[in-house]
Design a protein around this ligand. Sequence first.
Ligand code: SF4
Length: 249
Amino acid sequence: MSNQTVDNHSPRDSGERPLTSEEIRLASEELRGKEPWEVLQWGAERFGKSMVLACSFGYEDVALVHMLHRVAPETDIFYLDTDLLFPETYETRDRLAKALDKSFIRVRPEYSLEEQARLWGGELWKRDPNACCGIRKVSPLRRFLKDYSAWCTGIRREQSPTRAHTEVVEWDHQFGLLKLNPLAYWSTGEVRAYIREHGIPYNPMHDRHYPSIGCVPCTRQVRPGEDARAGRWSGMAKTECGLHPSGEF
Ligand code: SF4
């Protein structure tokens, strides 16, 4: 089942006390040299069902879904469905769900596109993309993550200057929980090699010069020499959705 909604999700309590800043720093140092699946395993052993993986069905995330499936298959995995994703993204979700026999929790905005247009005007992404991302991504994520103690993401240092200081373990000040970035130090080549080696379904748009894939209105192909996220909010003074303040989804 790949269409489970956030409404079906029940709050969880890990029973763990929060890590201190010193413990977070030490954990990050210790895990920096480990393989990404070892980082996921560490998180799963420590947080159990109160850890969750974010998945946008891009390269990094399908690799992490596969790794998590190997080391802690019971861990929740969610995606933010803005109602504006590419058809290829939904197809990738369905192929991955079938290949790994996984279900993904579908996290949705409070407002439909029609309601958003009525309240804020049509095509809000053109006039105020920060407000649009706030409604369709940040608010739903905030509501969803309040039931967890740790979340895992696929962000990598190499993706953009705004992500160049990403650590493997961080405290997420915005959402108030621990954040694991198991691929922080991996290169694009390492992610691709892992996907190839394991035959993992991935979004075919990656083979058409879309290294980073978000919503249809805010994603374009990248040109030679541009960084991997140059195709997101092209022409606007915006580089991140607001999910990863140092850096996004
Ligand atoms: S990426 Fe664009 S369409 Fe999607 S939520 Fe953000 S502004 Fe809106």
